[in-house]
Design a protein around this ligand. Structure first.
Ligand code: GTP
Ligand code: MG
Length: 466
């Protein structure tokens, strides 16, 4: 980017737009107002001037060569100095909407209307107190008044009506718990999930168990439990980073012959940070030479105090190999889930989280989503991250085509325009149009952010040529 607006350059230089306009005029560059665009060479003149202005008196003994070297680095230093100054004095930032009425702005920033009007007039903007001004103008005059402002984010949920009223208590129904299995490498997470599926996926299903998607449902005494097969840590980090919470309970697998290891500690930290209850599955108890007490001791040292030691964490000894303790573990999961009183409203439009997604050669973008509230139906318009579309087909964890999916159901869906990212939230919306608008807006925001980042870099690059 070679051009820059007056107010942007003023902001970079830490001066008011008015001051910059005056200075530009002294250099023979006449601009209309703060929104005028400056060419690269016009901006350079001013930047050079301000550098000279800020330059400390040179040491008399400094050689010409050193002076030249100093001059070469001055641009960079000036940028850094300004950056440092900005960081040194953290200023309060006031959020204002994209368009604001003059008198509302005065009230928001705690200044008199006449002060605000005065600054507007100085800028050449003649607005009445009841007139709306745009954010860029407001930012400039606030800057002149020594106040930093930022654009108020209109919550997407509000703008597009994604935020629905709170669910009525009578609409809430119990929903199955969603479990993530976590633990150190080779402690038996996959084996444990396999054992769980073997023990519980209804035996009547012919042809054994084929797992089609990164999540599975098992049924224990008529109660469903949903397991996410996404590697535990990934699920927690990527999803938490996006503000999604998918797991109700974490099953921490610790091998009885190995004890608490680095990734066990990480898993504990993740679960605690997400405020998710932990159930310890002490695995490989079929092995000789194991020391369960030592493992319990290590768990206590890492903040996981099990019940028999006076804490409230359940620890179930299991063997993924022999199947011992698996039934017990599932019972404990159901018990813990019961205490959480997990509920959702199957009547509303669906919302949830993308668990994994990929581009399939034949089928296009394929996403595994976890429906967390509402019911997702074939034909629903949905938006997920920066992709949207209509649900064309849905498959459950056994690869069976289904027509609708209620709360706590993992499903594979077809029909999205792009491949969303794991951890993206998804929403079903009333109309295709809304889904498209949301995605367009999200993409625009990303583009703007990228552009801003480029503008900043280019400005620093400019100094290199001075
Ligand atoms: P990563 O996915 O690599 O982190 O490992 P994991 O935690 O999923 O472990 P996995 O289930 O792959 O098991 C690792 C090894 O331990 C395999 O060789 C399993 O056969 C063995 N193993 C798992 N559970 C048991 C158990 O209960 N008893 C015994 N004896 N071996 C087990
Ligand atoms: Mg594994």
């Amino acid at each position: 980017m070679s051009k820059i607006r007056v107010y942007q350059l003023a902001k970079e230089l830490g001066i008011s737009s008015k001051e910059l306009i005056e200075k530009l005029s002294e250099f023979g560059v006449e601009v209309a107002n703060h929104m005028s665009t400056l060419e690269e060479d016009e901006a350079s003149i001013i930047m050079e001037f301000y550098d000279i202005d800020n330059k400390k008196p040179k040491d008399k003994k400094t050689s010409k060569k050193q002076n030249r070297e100093n001059d070469e680095t001055k641009g960079k230093e000036a940028v850094h100095e300004r950056e440092e100054k900005k960081q040194e004095s953290p200023k309060k930032i006031i959020s204002i909407p994209e368009k604001i009425i003059v008198k509302d702005l005065a009230e928001k920033i705690g200044k008199s209307v006449s002060e605000v009007m005065g600054k507007l007039i100085a800028l050449g903007v003649f607005a009445t107190i009841n007139q709306e001004i745009d954010f860029d103008t407001a930012e400039v005059i606030c800057g002149d008044l020594g106040i930093f402002v930022e654009k108020e984010e209109v919550k997407e949920e509000v703008e597009f009506g994604l935020e629905q009223e709170e669910d009525k208590p009578e609409d809430l129904r119990p929903r199955p718990p969603v479990i993530t299995v976590m633990g150190h490498v080779d402690h038996g997470k996959t084996s444990l999930l396999d054992a769980i599926r073997k023990t519980n996926v209804t035996a009547k299903e012919a042809g054994g168990i084929t797992q089609h998607i990164g999540a599975s449902e098992v049924e224990v005494h008529g109660n469903k439990i949903v397991f996410l097969d996404t590697p535990g840590h990934e699920a927690f980090t990527s999803m938490r980073a996006r503000g999604a919470k998918v797991t109700d309970i974490a099953v921490l697998v610790v091998a009885a012959d190995d004890g608490v290891m680095p990734q066990t500690k990480e898993a504990i930290n993740h679960a605690k940070a997400a405020n998710v209850p932990i159930i310890v599955a002490m695995n490989k108890i079929d092995k000789p030479n194991i020391n369960p007490d030592r493992v319990k001791q290590e768990l206590a040292e890492n903040g996981v105090l099990i019940e028999e030691w006076g804490g409230d964490t359940i620890c179930v000894p299991v063997s993924a190999k022999s199947g011992e303790g698996i039934e017990n573990l599932l019972e404990m999961i159901l018990l813990a889930a019961e205490m959480l009183e997990l509920k959702a409203n199957p009547k509303r439009l669906a919302s949830g989280t993308v668990i994994e997604a990929k581009l399939d050669k034949g089928r296009g973008p394929v996403a595994t989503v976890l429906v967390q509230n509402g019911t997702l139906k074939i034909g629903d318009s949905i938006v997920a991250g920066s992709s949207y579309g209509r649900v064309r087909a849905m498959m459950n964890d056994k690869g069976k085509a289904i027509k609708k999916a209620g709360p706590s159901t993992p499903v594979e869906i077809l029909g999205l325009s792009d491949v969303p990212e794991a951890g993206d939230l998804f929403h079903a919306v009333r109309e295709d149009k809304i889904a498209r608008q949301i995605v367009e807006k999200r993409k625009l925001k990303v583009r703007e952010e990228n552009l801003n980042a480029t503008a900043r870099v280019t400005l620093e690059d400019l100094f290199k040529h001075i």
